[in-house]
Design a protein around this ligand. Structure first.
Ligand code: ATP
Length: 424
């Protein structure tokens, strides 16, 4: 029901745009104060209430008032976005998610949902739902009761609960198993019950903490696409915590990388892969890991980065003399065999079905991983020549990215203009 002044209207609104048209064209009441069920506000506010963005403003966390687990966390997660938080174990991913959920307090900063601060609101008033790593199912309740538990606690009428639960179970393809207890289900099915519970709650924001980590690799792959598909279909704003870079890469619209208490980078999977902000982000994404090699630039205004007499890189920028790091993904090397002039030796070769990982040792003990799909017959200690394909990153001594180059598919040379165009 909507009331404007003394008049009341019953309308059913599926899309914010409809309410907008309704008021601008029929009632010309765009700036009037109106009531929508129990919610009062201007039309614009009500339209926005359909949107569920989350803003983290200078969020910081300490558990003991001494050590900061997280500092300066700033980002805005848009309505309907699949947002992954990734980082190594212990970097504070779960802590951040629990603060958003309201399960633990924020030490400083502000958290806004739909442009309103929620730091003083308990979890149940934040219009969100959470899926935990261990699914948090009640062992003594069957699937149907587990999915409807939250709705019952909110005292929703029995018939409405039944309808919602049935719909959620249908969406995750569990209708046939609704009378089973959690112990009678496989890991993947339990995970689907947890998903169904989140769907049934009808919250527009869903938080997931490593929801697939208890599943085997094959099932994980299947569930990844199922969760992504559901998120899209329901238009959920989804925050997904994982330490698995592949999960983040394949599922998320955007990724936040956390390390050393801070945000290292926020961006789309492709952006993060192609333009890592530092060597940590560069090595975190991609398997096998990006090679990070110590390099030296001998003279200021020079473009040569020397790793070894037989392995040098031509920087696209003039560099001051000094030490740098060069980052090269394993697929971005060319390998030549049957050579004599080189300091690189094969240490071992791993065959992965359709490609080989070749571990190569340089004189100065650095080890380089090279991936090739060409059929290759190499022996340990065989000499090889490795040459970069002109697709590499330069990091300064602290690991910050100075430049990257896009790969060139021609003869390996890039013109100055092309180079400038692709350097950030
Ligand atoms: N209740 C607590 N009291 C004190 N320290 C805590 C508490 N919970 C977590 N920590 C610490 O905070 C840091 C971040 O923990 P958190 O669980 O958020 O990391 P994470 O990135 O989710 O790790 P993982 O990937 O291993 O789950 C860790 O050093 C952890 O020991």
């Amino acid at each position: 029901m909507i009331s404007i002044g003394k008049e009341s209207f019953f309308i059913s609104i599926k899309k914010p745009t409809l309410i907008n048209q309704f008021f601008t064209h029929s009632l010309h009441a765009k700036h009037n104060n109106i009531t929508f069920n129990t919610y009062t506000g201007t039309v614009t506010e009500i339209i926005r209430s359909e949107h569920m963005s989350i803003e983290l403003k200078n969020i910081a966390k300490t558990y003991d008032n001494k050590n900061w687990i997280l500092k300066d966390i700033n980002t805005k997660i848009e309505t309907g976005e699949f947002f992954a938080i990734v980082g190594p174990s212990g970097c504070g991913k779960s802590t951040l998610l629990r603060m958003i959920a309201g399960l633990i307090p924020i030490s400083s900063g502000d958290l806004q949902i739909d442009n309103r601060s929620v730091i003083n609101l308990p979890p149940r008033e934040r219009n969100l739902t959470m899926v935990f790593q261990d699914y948090a199912l009640f062992p003594f309740l069957d699937v149907e009761a587990n999915v409807g538990f939250g709705l019952k606690a909110r005292k929703m009428p029995e018939l409405k609960i039944k309808k919602r639960v049935a719909h959620a179970l249908e969406l995750v393809d569990l209708t046939a198993l609704k009378t089973r207890k959690p112990r009678e289900l496989s890991g993947g099915q339990r995970q689907r019950v947890a998903l169904a519970r989140a769907i049934a709650s009808d919250a527009k924001i869903c938080l997931m903490d490593e929801p697939l980590s208890n599943l085997d690799a094959q099932l994980r792959g299947k569930m990844r696409s199922e969760i992504r598909e559901l998120q899209q279909r329901l238009g959920l704003t989804l925050i997904y915590v994982t330490h698995d870079q592949i999960e983040a890469m394949t599922m998320a619209d955007r990724i936040m990388v956390l390390n050393n208490q801070q945000v290292q980078q926020v961006g789309s999977p492709l952006d993060i892969y192609q333009h890592p902000s530092n060597s940590f982000v560069g090595t975190f994404f991609g398997t096998p890991q990006m090679n990070i090699l110590k390099a030296h630039c001998p003279h200021t205004h020079n473009q040569q980065l020397i790793i070894d007499p037989f392995l040098t890189f031509q920087s696209p920028l003039d560099l001051p003399a000094g030490d740098y790091f060069v980052g090269v993904r394993p697929v971005d090397f060319d390998l030549t065999t049957h050579v004599t002039r080189t300091n690189a030796f094969v240490r071992s070769v791993e065959y992965l079905g359709n490609e080989f990982i070749i571990y190569i040792k340089l004189d100065d003990s650095a080890e380089i991983r090279v991936v090739t799909s060409e059929k290759i017959d190499l022996n340990s200690n065989e000499r090889v020549l490795i040459r970069p394909k002109n697709k590499f990153f330069i990091f300064d001594h602290s690991g910050k990215t100075i430049s990257f180059m896009k790969g060139v598919q021609n003869n390996g040379r890039t013109s100055k203009q092309e180079t400038q165009a692709i350097i950030q």
